[in-house]
Design a protein around this ligand. Structure first.
Ligand code: MN
Length: 259
């Protein structure tokens, strides 16, 4: 799989509560067709946001279906999920993102939960003439359809026209970042230039200010910090090494999912 990883790297291993951010964007089937065959998760949430193409999803709860362009899936793995995520080569460009959001210790072993959000359930607002898709969080009097477990997530997809500006305030105890999907934008008070495929992290309490001279599409993502120890091993994210050992053991003996 050819992907661009911005969180969960050597340079930025963790951006509490965010554990990983991957973007797949390609018109070459070979880049993505291998997909993500059957694999487990425990202890966190995976968020898939599709921009173009389809993703076929099947899991251990017997759920499955197609994630179409413009849809979002917020999956709370909790105690355990085993699933496959396979891009469907339909001849169009495949463009999707996956974000991993940590769960607090008290909810790491909760019953798994899905929020599958069809494209038409995501409000497309007009903010000063620019389209903003509100997946999660609040903007003015509107709320996005996704409801987080504990981090009070914000997920906005903005299309800044040339010369466009956007400002948004978020709570001081939230981690806030912007990820540029297309074009380039100038972010923050210093107007730092950020290009497609790059991430910018805002300081605590800093107003999310973005503008773009030439036009840009970007995601603005925020969530409350958990401030808990993070122990991670591949598809499992817990608080301690002993809990990771338990997750591996449960997966091997078949009780990851059944509990
Ligand atoms: Mn997965």
């Amino acid at each position: 799989m050819r992907l661009r990883r911005s969180i969960g790297t050597r340079e930025l291993s963790l951006l509490d509560p965010f554990l990983l951010l991957d973007e797949i964007h390609s018109d070459r089937v070979d880049d993505y067709v291998k997909g993500f065959p059957t694999h487990p998760h425990r202890g966190f949430e995976t968020v898939t946001y599709m921009i173009s193409g389809f993703m076929e999803h099947r899991d251990s709860l017997g759920q499955g279906g197609q994630l179409a362009a413009g849809s979002a899936q917020w999956m709370t793995a909790g105690h355990g999920i085993v699933h496959s995520e396979m891009p469907n080569p339909d001849g169009s460009v495949f463009w999707g993102l996956q974000l991993w959001v940590n769960l607090p210790a008290a909810q790491k072993l909760m019953k798994p939960r899905y929020q599958n959000v069809a494209p038409d359930r995501i409000p497309e607002l007009s903010v000063a003439g620019m389209p903003v898709r509100l997946v999660a969080g609040a903007l003015g009097n509107e709320r996005g359809p996704v409801d987080g477990i504990s981090v009070q997530p914000t997920l906005l997809d903005l299309k800044l026209p040339p010369g466009g500006r956007f400002e948004h305030e978020l709570p001081r105890d939230h981690t806030v970042f912007a990820y540029v999907l297309d074009g380039s934008a100038e972010l923050g008070a210093a107007l730092n230039a950020v290009n497609a495929g790059q991430i910018a992290v805002f300081s605590p309490g800093q107003v999310v200010a973005t503008r773009s001279a030439s036009g840009a599409r970007l995601l603005v993502v925020a969530g409350r910090k958990l401030n808990e120890p993070v122990a991670r091993r591949g598809p499992f994210v817990m608080n301690t090494e002993a809990e990771l050992d338990q997750a591996v053991e449960d997966y091997q003996n078949g009780t990851l999912v059944s509990g």
